[in-house]
Design a protein around this ligand. Structure first.
Ligand SMILES: Cc1cc2nc3c(=O)[nH]c(=O)nc-3n(C[C@H](O)[C@H](O)[C@H](O)COP(=O)(O)O)c2cc1C
Length: 130
């Protein structure tokens, strides 16, 4: 999981796909954190992406760097505790311009049953599950 976290951090921007009805939706995300040994992402409950994840929590992330790309598929679980939100904001202070641990919009979600696959054109895919 640390390798996946490190790769996403280095990429800076990654793309997360959700489902809206029978329509895939994808958009750029950039924020990740590790809290209590779990990989978290962050969003706002007011966003469509958040609503989509509540209806169907199966998501997929794609990120690319230096000829290596990552596909991270799994289920995301909303964590409404204050602690993981605070940890996320401390790890990504830029978020503090828009979010606080006590507003009713900030949302953090962790991956469950995640399967990360690293690909390149020259090596066999490498799978990490967490
Ligand atoms: C580089 C970059 C990184 C972003 N990172 C995040 C993020 O981590 N979380 C988030 O909620 N929105 C992030 N956004 C904004 C979302 O992409 C944007 O709100 C998007 O429209 C949300 O998807 P939706 O319209 O389907 O709800 C980022 C935007 C950019 C350009």
């Amino acid at each position: 999981m640390e390798e996946v976290f490190g790769f996403l951090k280095k990429c800076g921007t990654f793309y997360i796909a959700t489902e809206e009805g029978d329509q895939p939706r994808v958009r750029p995300f950039g924020v990740v954190n590790i809290f209590e040994g779990k990989l978290y992402i962050q969003t706002g409950k007011s966003k469509n992406v958040s609503k989509q994840m509540q209806i169907n929590p199966n998501v997929e992330i794609c990120a690319l760097m230096d000829g290596k790309w990552l596909r991270l598929a799994g289920k995301v679980v909303r964590d409404d505790r204050r602690e993981p939100k605070e940890s996320m904001l401390e790890a990504n202070p830029v978020l503090k311009n828009m979010y606080s641990a006590d507003d009713d919009n900030t949302e953090v979600l962790y991956f469950e049953n995640a399967k990360a696959t690293f690909y390149s054109f020259t090596e066999e895919p490498k799978v990490i599950e967490f």
